[in-house]
Design a protein around this ligand. Sequence first.
Ligand SMILES: [Zn+2]
Length: 126
Amino acid sequence: MHEFSIVQSICEHAIREAEAHNAARVLSLCCRVGVMRQLVPELMETAFTLTSEGTILQGARLELETEGVRVRCEDCGHDAVTDEIPFACPACHSGFIRCEGGQEILLVSLDLEQEDCHGSADSPPA
Ligand SMILES: [Zn+2]
């Protein structure tokens, strides 16, 4: 289960970013995750809920974006990008394939709420 350590470093990064922008809170964060990392989205969610507790990230939505993997077949030359972990060429089913990419773990964007945002009147004081 490497989800926890990955989510932890994403959270640390996000907290630094949020503080740098004087955010009151974080509404959502978007992460791009490579298919080859074999991360389980449900575990990412759980890890995020636990890790974000008590931080500026608490209550934020974690959005996951998939980075596909490029498959090149050594036999037939088929070249494609897929969101599934490839074990064989999708065209000729040869096992002689090369995979590229799909390894990314990246914080793509943060949706922040600023301190002086109007409309804060209807939210109770912290
Ligand atoms: Zn092939």
